[in-house]
Structures are given as structure tokens and as C-alpha cells.
Write a protein that binds this ligand. Sequence first.
Ligand code: PLP
Length: 284
Amino acid sequence: RVAYVNGVYQPHGQAVVHIEDRGFQFADGVYEVWSVFDGRLADYQGHLSRLARSLTELRIDIPMSAESLGIVLRETIRRNRVRNGIVYIQITRGTAPRDHAFPTDVAPSVIITAKSIDLRKGEALAARGAAGVTQPDMRWGRCDIKTVGLLPNALAKQAARERGAYEAILFDEMGMVTEGSSTNAWIIDENGKLRTRDTQANILRGITRAAILKLVEAEGIELEERAFSVEEAKRAREVFVTAASSFVMPIVSLDGTRIGDGKPGPVATRLREIYLEQARREAI
Ligand code: PLP
């Protein structure tokens, strides 16, 4: 495997950044993940725009043109011979003597990795349905920025894994679901309405979420962008999560409570199918 590190392609095993990189010391950086289908990037523009926005919000200089970025992302995919998988980019404020305040005259660090994924595993899980557990959302007030400060997310995911679950569904101090530890969360409520928390309320504006919203409209599914509680999720007809790497994943149990009939529901199944079809078709 090969990684792109600040303009140079290096063997993955030897690819390193400096000990005083601000990503390492302060989580002062952002990232993006694209799915790769047949060597092409899915939802390309959406993730690129969010990357630019995350950088702008943190006042990190955008280190290269969108065109150059596209070239190095594709070259990293090509050098790693990825047909299906993901490509990851991380941009930090750069390397500077440790001081909380921003350094002046520092160049951002850019790393890119790509890896192959066997899509059949995710398909098999989606066909069975995955387990979820709820965890308190312990994150900060700017979850709209896709920063590498993922410790609360990692702790929540680990708690889920230790309970044999796929995803941790996070809830706020009111018991309302915010999102998953690395996904956006949705339900079909008791009235058959599709619900997902609105993006004004301190969650990540998922690119998959946005793509699904468009499909939902085209399908004529009744939707409300309004938060739901953990209790509503447990009583829901369907629960599912969305992200670039898991697409649409049905959640068939939450804290051991069976959701619906314990099988992936028709809406999640349909949305997964049409999302994947569109993402493959529009990948560039
Ligand atoms: N929410 C969080 C906290 C995430 O980390 C992610 C993706 O990694 C998502 C939602 C889903 O976002 P996207 O659909 O853009 O991958």
C-alpha cells in the first residue's frame, strides 16, 4: 500500500508525519471519506464542498486547488489498486512548536490513504440487519465540522463493539437522538413517517444523508427533519443509519430491543438499493 504525505507517495508502512503536527497534538485538523466504486469516487462534489467548509470554519488554509486535490485522490486510489473501497484525506493546520494558539506561516499537512473493501460483507450485514446500542453524546458544540477530534466517537463505538453491536446511537441530555458515532440516524416512526434530526442541531451534515433526502423526495416518502427520542426509536417501525462507508444500514435491535419485526424494513431496504444504484452511476 501507498500513502500520499505532503506531496510525496510513500510506502504505507513508513508514511509518517512530524511529532509536532497539530493534528497529533491538538486534533487541529479535518478529514473526509469517499466511497470508491470501480475506482471512481462517490458523492465527489458533496464531500469536497464539506471539506472546504470544514477548513474554512477552522481557518486552515486550503492547501491546493480542487483540481489538484482530485488528481492526488485518484492517483492514491490508482496506486493502491482500489476498485471498491474508501479514500481518506486528512488536512491539519500543520507542524509547529507546541502552542495552543495558531502558529503563523505554517503549511497545512495533507495525507491521503486508500483501501480496498470487500463490499459483500456489508451487503450480508445489511441483509440481516445490524445491532445498535445507545450512548450519551459527549461531543463538543461544533459537530458540524468534520474534525479529527473523534475521541468521544471512538469511545462510543468501542462501547457498541463490546456489546456486539455495529453502531452507537448517540443521545443528548433530553434523551433525543443526535446521530450515530460515525453515521446519521433515521427512523420510520409509529405513524410511518421518516424522521431524522435537522442539521441545525449540532450534528454532521452527512453527505449520504443529503443524497438520501433527495431520493426520499423523488420516492414520495413522507419526511420530517425533526429529532426523535431513544424511546421513539425503540418503538419505531424501522431504524437505520447512513454514511459514506456503510451506505444505508438497517438497525434491527437497539439496546437489545427488537425494532419492528427484527428484520430490515422495506424503506431502509429500498433506500439502500436506490442510493447504491445512484452512487455507482454518478461516481466520478
Ligand atoms: N455523523 C458522523 C459523526 C460521522 O462521522 C459521519 C461520517 O463519518 C456521518 C455522520 C455520515 O456522514 P457522511 O454521509 O458524509 O459519510
